[in-house]
Design a protein around this ligand. Structure first.
Ligand SMILES: [Zn+2]
Length: 684
């Protein structure tokens, strides 16, 4: 999924299973917005969901008018604003508040002014958050409505205006000395409520420069102090990259029926996973050959991004870009090193995966273009929403009665959390979003397939995280760090997967479910770690002063592909150019958090099931903790220490176990079913 350019209200990510997902911890502005993890974490569009129009009658039907869908299956936005008129009044008040903030400029060394200013700032931020969420959700279900587009734009402008206006608050808080701040806390008791915010600003105080230097840095696009997710702030290099990618002429390829289709970045993901081997080979080879022709342009845009990261980091006295960007999120660099070294020490399960895939597909050589088509037959499983409402609480039962109660409230469509079914002019995909003081919202396009059930479990992970954090924390700390954002969602996916495996009726179902989990680990842990390693190698080369040429980048990428996938993958002539179209390398040390997120989710799901109430309460404590502590401390309280190899080793071991189970199931299949899946496809 393309990242939503919506400040901190809503992040659009993709469920690791398949569906698009997202989540938001709408509350504080510093709550970041993860870009699309999960799905094809390389910028290609996910294969589109079944076109509901093909189904006859009843729900779900993607061509239905929204008005025909019973109101109970639509979310209730009233907790945000009672009406569009109330939304307009809210925006007008936010504009007046922004002007009032101006009155505090230059006065924040006075305790009373500091307290009043922060109070007004947070009130305005909450109001503006509500406005962006309300208008974005209205627009999401009525995409072609230009009036709603206008509302959404004005709400975003209000947020941008507030962020710009509030720059002086940070500056003046940084300028206070410790004694003055201590006196301010003493004089104004209510300032204590803002302490987490003040502390977070002052944590990197030593990294701030003098007025003139700060002014220059802001002119060149400094982002190390951005209060919104960096992915919402594309650099000019990233914009150039996106535009080149959009502009380069891609060839036509023939689909399975022999009909010529124009290859585009949006149908690439689907063609790449085509069951017909000729189609997927042609698509991948056509894209890679074209990228190769433009390799120097892509090397220049990536080099520009990497060198900007290094420049901004060094301007503030960091030795490396990684230190600067991980410090921004308050994450120890050891987490990154540990991820890379542990994954590299545990590549055997990935090699086993490649070997099994090659065997099941019965191809003499397994190529990169063979990696995205299912290696086992899809088993049609249907889950109506009534099934989901029965299954999810059972699957998530290990999370205890308190969790179950809130989950039940959210799943009950009469409570207005959900916008459940697809319909005409509703945007595809799924997400969860929230703003302090209102229940979370979950947007689905529920087509009753396995992926939809899995996506629902994923989104409810986000929604529950938000709900529990908001119930336990004041507004200031009620969001959660992007680093922790994909843990509750993946914990739920893992628990659901375990439950469905326990209740599977046939070996084919089991095989399909095992394969889904294995592919999640492959694409979310292994592939994202490979990306992280590549991103870091590029930054290190720039930091050593080496020019980032296409040759250097392709050589490094090719080495990583060979090392990660092992001897059973055959590299094609242009496969080492894949880096050129992957947007994640412009995200400034972000991708590793997908891998740590799923590893943590797997670890927590296992712990809660093995250890019971104590582990469960520790996990719920993390969810309820919001942003009250540094993210690594919250996670450590939940029993996962990402500076140690355990969680990542356990995820690798899980992959190995699942592959073993798959091999066993395949061995006991009736012989006619062992027929190679790719038998009908042509061979190279
Ligand atoms: Zn998610």
């Amino acid at each position: 999924m393309k990242r939503a350019r919506i400040h901190s209200m809503m992040f659009t990510c993709c469920a690791m299973a398949a569906g698009a997902c997202g989540s938001s911890a709408g509350a504080p502005v510093q709550t970041p917005i993860p870009p699309s993890p999960g799905a094809p974490p390389d910028g290609t569009a996910a294969a589109p969901a079944v076109v509901a129009a093909e189904r006859s009658g009843g729900i779900p039907d993607g061509n239905m008018e929204r008005a025909k869908i019973p109101a109970r299956f639509q979310w209730n936005l009233q907790p945000l604003f009672a009406s569009d008129a109330a939304f307009e009044e809210g925006l007008a008040l936010a504009a007046r508040n922004r002007e009032r903030l101006e009155g505090y400029r230059g006065k924040l060394n006075r305790p009373k002014a500091l307290r009043e200013c922060l109070s007004l700032y947070f009130d305005t931020r909450l109001l503006t958050n509500k406005a962006t969420l309300y208008s974005a959700n209205r627009l999401d279900t009525d995409q072609t409505n230009t009036a709603l587009q206008g509302m959404a734009d004005r709400a975003l402008d209000a947020m941008n205006g507030l962020i710009a206006k509030a720059g002086f608050i940070r500056k003046e808080i940084l300028a206070l000395d410790d004694r003055a701040l201590g006196r301010a806390y003493g004089a104004e008791a209510q300032l204590a409520g803002f302490k987490p915010y003040i502390d977070e600003i002052r944590r990197r105080r030593a990294r701030t420069l003098g007025d003139e230097a700060e002014r220059v840095l802001s002119l060149v696009g400094d982002n190390l102090w951005a209060e919104i997710d960096l992915n919402e702030l594309p650099s000019d290099h990233e914009k150039t990259f996106s535009n080149i990618l959009a502009d380069i002429p891609l060839p036509k390829v023939k689909d399975a029926a022999g009909v010529e289709v124009q290859l585009t970045m949006s149908n690439y993901g689907k063609l790449r996973s085509d069951p017909d081997r000729r189609v997927r080979r042609d698509a991948v080879e056509a894209l890679f050959a074209t990228l190769k022709q433009y390799q120097h342009a892509f090397a220049s845009t990536l080099s520009g991004q990497v060198r900007l990261d290094v420049t901004l980091a060094r301007s503030r006295g960091y030795d490396t870009a990684r230190h600067a960007y991980m410090d921004k999120d308050d994450i120890d660099e050891g987490v990154f090193d540990n991820l890379i070294s542990t994954v590299n020490a545990n590549l055997a399960p990935l090699h086993r995966y490649v070997r099994l895939r090659k065997r099941l597909m019965a191809v003499p050589e397994l190529h990169i273009y063979d990696m995205y088509t299912p290696m086992v037959e899809a088993v049609p499983m249907r889950f109506t929403y009534e099934d989901a409402v029965r299954i999810l609480p059972e699957a998530l039962e290990p999370l205890g009665p308190d969790y179950a109660e809130v989950l039940g409230t959210g799943l009950d469509v009469d409570n207005g959390w959900m916008d459940l079914y697809p319909h005409k002019n509703k945007k595809s995909g799924a997400f969860s979003c929230s703003v302090f003081g209102a229940h979370p919202f979950v947007k689905m396009n529920y087509y009753e397939e396995y992926d939809d059930l899995s996506t629902l479990a994923h989104e409810f992970g986000h929604a529950m995280h938000s709900s529990l954090a908001m119930a336990s924390q004041p507004y200031v700390t009620s969001g959660y760090s992007a680093f922790l954002a994909e843990i509750a969602s993946t914990t739920n996916e893992k628990l659901l997967s375990d439950y469905l495996l326990e209740h599977a009726k046939t070996d084919d179902e089991r095989l399909y479910l095992l394969n889904e989990m294995v592919d999640s680990i492959r694409t979310t842990i292994y592939r994202q770690t490979l990306f992280a390693e590549f991103e870091h190698a590029a930054h290190r080369a720039a930091e050593r002063g080496e020019p980032l040429t296409a040759e250097l980048l392709s050589r490094k990428y090719g080495e990583l592909i060979r090392t990660y996938y092992g001897p059973d993958l055959t590299m094609g002539e242009n496969d080492d150019i894949e880096w050129a179209y992957i947007p994640h390398f412009y995200y400034k040390y972000y991708v590793y958090a997908y891998a740590t997120g799923l590893s943590s989710g797997i670890a927590i799901a296992g712990k809660v099931k093995r250890e019971g109430a104590k582990a469960r309460d520790a996990y719920l404590g993390m969810l309820e903790g919001g942003m009250s502590k540094p993210p690594l401390d919250l996670l450590r309280d939940a029993g996962v220490d990402l500076t140690r190899p355990d969680a990542i080793e356990a995820a690798a071991k899980l992959m190995d176990d699942l592959l073993g189970q798959m091999e066993e199931l395949i061995a006991r299949r009736p012989s006619e079913k062992v027929a190679p899946l790719a038998a009908s496809a042509d061979r190279p």
